[in-house]
Design a binder for this molecule. Structure first.
Ligand SMILES: [Zn+2]
Length: 163
């Protein structure tokens, strides 16, 4: 059975029945002469098991994303939390963000703009690691609009399109 342990200072430990355990329970212990010392957050406040553990763990991971990333993911996948509550196993929040960008890129410049580095070809000069894949758009060909255009109106249009 999946297990999630929550600690007093906000730390947690995820112990799935199968797969990789994930521990994030390091907290600041003290700061001495400008050096930060950390320690483990070990006071257990709650142990959750089963489906509830997965739901809670997923929400913690999602909350850790930057605000604008959360907004984009929830605009492209508006039923995300409904599916989670229904017991669906979802892709990692970071993976969902990449999927959101890929999905929007299929609509060309409806929500995104052509990559300014490769001009929308997905390729640029050769390097040994990525070959010719453009590192700005990761080969997706499109990138996010300028910060000023990523406003509520923009998010609403995405929400309406994918609802
Ligand atoms: Zn590019």
């Amino acid at each position: 059975m999946d297990k999630l342990i929550l600690y007093k200072q906000g730390g947690f430990e995820w112990i799935p029945e199968s797969g990789t355990c994930y521990t994030a329970n390091t907290i600041v212990d003290r700061i001495e002469n400008g050096v930060t010392y950390s320690k483990a957050d070990t006071d257990i406040v709650e142990v959750i098991e089963g489906v509830d553990a997965y739901v809670r763990y997923y929400k913690i991971r999602f909350e850790a994303l930057e605000d604008w990333v959360k907004e984009i993911v929830l605009s492209v996948f508006p039923n995300l939390f409904m599916k989670l509550e229904q017991g669906d196993e979802l892709k990692d929040p970071n993976v969902l963000y990449n999927l959101s960008i890929n999905k929007m890129a299929k609509e060309q410049d409806k929500f995104l703009r052509k990559c300014t580095r490769c001009g929308g070809s997905g390729h640029h000069s050769y390097n040994q690691i990525d070959g010719t894949v453009c590192f700005k758009c990761g080969g997706v060909k499109y990138i996010l609009p300028s910060k000023s255009k990523m406003n509520t109106k923009w998010l609403e249009s995405i929400k309406n399109y994918y609802k």
